[in-house]
Design a protein around this ligand. Sequence first.
Ligand SMILES: NC(=O)c1ccc[n+]([C@@H]2O[C@H](COP(=O)([O-])OP(=O)(O)OC[C@H]3O[C@@H](n4cnc5c(N)ncnc54)[C@H](O)[C@@H]3O)[C@@H](O)[C@H]2O)c1
Length: 382
Amino acid sequence: MSPLGSNLPLRTAVAGTGGIARASHLPALAKLAAQGEVEVVAVADIDEAAARAVAAEHGIPGAFTDLDAMLAEVRPDLVVLATPPAVHREQSVAALRAGAWVWCEKPPCPSLADFDAISAAEPGGDAEPYASIVFQHRFGSGAHHVRRLLRSQAFGRPLVAHCQTTWYRNRAYYAVPWRGRWATEGGGPAMGHGIHQMDLLLDLLGPWAEVRGMAARLVHDVETEDVSTAQVRFAGGALATVVNSVLSPDEVSRIRIDCELATIELTHLYGYRNANWRITPAPGVPEETAAAWQDFGADEPSSHLAQLRALVADIRAGRRHPTSGAGGRQTLEFITALYKSAFTDAPVLAGEIGPGDPYYTALHGGAPGWAPAAPREEEEHA
Ligand SMILES: NC(=O)c1ccc[n+]([C@@H]2O[C@H](COP(=O)([O-])OP(=O)(O)OC[C@H]3O[C@@H](n4cnc5c(N)ncnc54)[C@H](O)[C@@H]3O)[C@@H](O)[C@H]2O)c1
């Protein structure tokens, strides 16, 4: 029976029972299960012991080693993909074809071609199954509050922005074989780490128009970059700088937007609460107006739980979730453009990367010095 318009819990399955599934997805699902919103009916992991252990610990009836077998037997309404990026495309398509909605961990898939293949597997209607991405930073109360004020023009025009993901990852982190490789990690810090801040920046500022990027491999023995920077022009006229690094001992995630009437700043690391936001009024803004801006409402931290709650409500209401379709693609397109600009040393315009462009099928675009020396098997099948 369709979950649309019914009060039945959404029958949910989780693929991948590793770090993020245990730390974030399963606790969030348990909270919503206690409220009757979802029922976790199965987990799937190629590591049988891991699947069985998680199922036993959480009282989940089904434990599978094969996603297709799970989909055929359990017929879930919603499939949560907490698996590595290299399998996100095939697993998203398989779940959609089995009639399930998908909530897939970032990065959504290795290329825009993969993303479009997933979208093509959606039946198409807003009230029918679609694939959405885990972009939990759009869903804290701070982002809701600031987004509402920005969209209502309360701060005047956005003019200048900074978007910073300056994190630190040591050599042991990159000694794990799948990290630092296009085919298995999907990309460097622009794709794997900075994606959340850039997604939130785009969500707050609206469509981007042009990007000029630079990338370098300064410390780690990786195929991908370990730092990137970009200059961005937004369709609304604002200019932004973006920094994505895994080389920064003093770690911070930061967004700052200077508007005509206020500066908005978010400073955190892996997640924020209301207290991580600061709104500084420009001289001349009436005190009552500035005071009203400080009222962020009930404190909902950015989290998997906050997004999952919104996703379940959207599915039930037959609505598109904001990180599905074009709302998810915009961030992958931006990252693709950043890489293309960095590796071709030229500005890239929104919308220019399509079928036939080497960056449409691979983020490295085959660029000398950046593309893997020989095509890896995973890419040949991408
Ligand atoms: N949203 C966030 O803040 C956040 C944070 C951390 C990780 N992530 C993302 O979550 C995803 C998983 O990361 P992780 O740190 O949990 O990795 P992990 O290696 O800890 O867990 C991945 C799990 O998937 C299983 N797996 C691998 N291939 C599979 C397949 N074909 N079918 C079923 N199971 C399979 C593995 O056995 C493992 O248990 C990645 O895309 C990562 O970027 C997101």
